[in-house]
Design a protein around this ligand. Sequence first.
Ligand code: FAD
Length: 292
Amino acid sequence: MSLAETYSTDQLSLSFELFPPKTEAGEKALFRHVERLVEFKPAYITCTYGAGGSTQGKTLDIVARVRETSGLPVATHLTCVNRTADQLAQYLTEARARGVDNVVALRGDPPKGEDAFVATEGGFRYANELVGFIREQFADMGIAVAGYPEKHLEAPSMDVDLENLRRKVDAGADVVITQLFYENADFFAFRDRCTTLGINVPIVPGLLPVTNFAQIQRITSLCGAKLPQAFVDALQSAGDDEAAQFDTGVEFATRQMEDLAKAGVPGIHLYVLNKSEAASRVLENLGMGSKA
Ligand code: FAD
């Protein structure tokens, strides 16, 4: 099923996002979690593409193995960082040969130590250019792009950012997957503005169930997502009790996802951070899967 078709039914489509583990032990553990996640019958599974080089080769290995072992559609993330158009084409040729039919097409963040993104000579400046390139050279591949309910950190305003999102969709993206967020009102406002602008591809909220307060503070400080004060208070009142922090995060994610599902979102993309416990608890709470 193509990425566009995935969201053409009335059912909420689930997708999970993994990242390439750095060690063999990490990879073994990941595939145990993937086995559990597959029980929830996701529409597809994606794997991020590291900005820093060393894990880039791993992304394809991970998605190809998920595809082989689960039979599910998969998507490789791909960024323009340090890559020429020829190198990106080579990567996509290999991806397709290995049964990877979908791409999450991104510009990427500036490499560590650099303040601003600088396009590689012979490469691309913005994700819309990568999307146009893929649509032209790999016409049958499904393409997802990133959307930012709280605005991309570099964008001068939401209006400008949304115009740029429209460029990606006009260039041929099938689906928008959002950055993680914790205020559904921000997502609904974003979705409404997309509709007004004529961005009429499925807009899929990306959710990261919080499992650890320190970790989510780090992540949100990097991507700019805000945590509601009541949620911060609840996490803080759990103190050093990791199980209590986990339970608080699962409860919040359950309510957040329930609210989004009620509002008719076409799917939910879960940033599972290579684990299955939190996602499983949330999905079981919502009656979306049997207990293991
Ligand atoms: P763009 O859409 O190119 O936007 C970047 C900035 O430029 C924005 O401020 C935008 O408003 C502006 N802009 C866009 N187009 C134009 C234009 N034509 N003219 C002028 N300005 C423009 N990072 C990774 O390294 N690896 C991953 O695997 C990865 N996966 C992700 C998955 C999702 C779902 C999300 C939401 C993010 C992901 N990221 C990943 C992070 C992403 O790379 C960063 O957020 C990056 O800073 C922007 O990428 P983009 O594709 O949104 O860029």
